[in-house]
Design a protein. Structure first.
Length: 93
């Protein structure tokens, strides 16, 4: 079976916004609550959860984080064509 990863993210327009989100999470705010409040992605209403995905299903910049960082790690800002992401790796299988 191909490797899969699961991640949640918060998508914002600017690097500055993403840095502020990173600080909120680092200071102990709940990732899902922050996602619901600030993410411009429809996944925000689910706490940013994108579910399980395989390689080739996400943009390369996002996928690299999801498949290389350890579970539980929050990374950002990560720039893609969609904006700036704060990514939390939530699972691997």
């Amino acid at each position: 079976m191909a490797q899969q990863a699961r991640a949640s993210h918060i998508l914002v327009k600017t690097e500055d916004e993403a840095n502020k989100i990173m600080k909120r999470v680092a200071d102990g705010e709940d990732f899902a609550a922050v996602a619901k409040r600030f993410s411009s992605c429809p996944s925000g209403k689910n706490g940013g959860d994108l579910g399980w995905f395989g390689k080739g299903m996400m943009v390369p910049e996002f996928e690299q984080i999801a498949f290389t960082e350890e579970v539980g790690k929050v990374v950002g800002p990560v720039k893609t064509q969609f904006g700036f992401h704060v990514i939390k790796v939530t699972g691997k299988k």
